[in-house]
Design a protein around this ligand. Structure first.
Ligand code: DC
Length: 237
């Protein structure tokens, strides 16, 4: 069964998934839901509570008991939305280096994935959503109508991340970012549960050498073609 009007976008860190997802969501009038923020929020809160991040049972219990909410932006400071963890605004804190360094470990825990996947699936099943992550097409929403796997080389992604940090006035070392990116790719794609990989029926796009506008325009055509092809098939059956 396919859930109409659902778009899943998966791919490695900094491949441009969120930028693309937000623009597609705006273009189609769908909800934009970046699932990575949930794993980041749990990692942040675990740090605030001084939990041992290697304690899988403790971190999983935290994921089960923490309410993460994504709401329309309350401030104009560059945010796409507000991310709340038990009511606390964590929108920018979840981008900090200490979260970046630990989120792969936290997201590899079965209990954490189970708790967050359930919440994500509930939102996805409502339809009219662009959902972005690592395992949306394979695990969270295998019934998505359109599945995109957005890839780019580690070098290109590290360059983009570097530029992003520099524009925000934060320190950025290309070599360090590239090394961390490779390590995160390795961890995310070799973990036992829900590893990063394209779904069998995903359209794979490599965005090397393309800017955000080109990625968006190409993908929008692919999505429109897919949505209207399914619509015509539905009408005939
Ligand atoms: O997309 P991001 O960089 O914000 O994701 C942060 C981490 O969360 C990343 O290391 C992989 C993990 N993640 C995941 O395992 N599954 C998802 N659906 C989304 C993110």
């Amino acid at each position: 069964m396919t859930i109409p009007e659902t778009i899943a976008i998966d791919g490695p860190a900094a491949s441009g998934k969120s930028t693309l997802g937000k623009r597609l969501a705006d273009a189609f009038g769908y909800l934009f839901f970046d699932t990575g923020v949930m794993y980041r929020a749990i990692t942040l809160v675990a740090g605030q509570k001084e939990l041992d991040l290697r304690d899988e049972a403790g971190v999983s219990a935290l994921a089960e008991n923490t309410e993460i909410d994504v709401q329309n932006p309350s401030r104009e400071d560059g945010r796409n939305c507000d991310i709340l963890a038990d009511g606390q605004d964590v929108t920018w804190q979840i981008r900090r280096p200490e979260v970046e360094a630990n989120v792969s470990l936290v997201s590899s825990y079965q209990g954490v994935r189970q708790a967050l996947t359930e919440q994500q699936r509930r939102i996805g099943l409502r339809g009219r959503v662009v959902m972005v992550g690592r395992d949306i097409g394979t695990v969270v929403l295998p019934e998505a109508q359109v599945k995109i796997y957005l890839d780019a080389s580690a070098e290109e992604r590290a360059r983009r991340r570097c530029l992003e940090l520099t524009l925000r006035g934060e320190p950025a070392c290309y070599e360090e970012i590239l090394a961390a990116m490779r390590e995160r790719d390795r961890f995310d794609s070799t973990r036992q549960i829900a590893p990063l990989r394209p779904a069998e029926d995903a359209i794979i796009l490599n965005s090397d050498g393309m800017d955000a506008d080109q990625v968006f325009e190409n993908t929008k055509i692919i999505v429109e073609t897919r949505l209207s092809a399914d619509h015509i098939t539905d009408e005939r059956s």
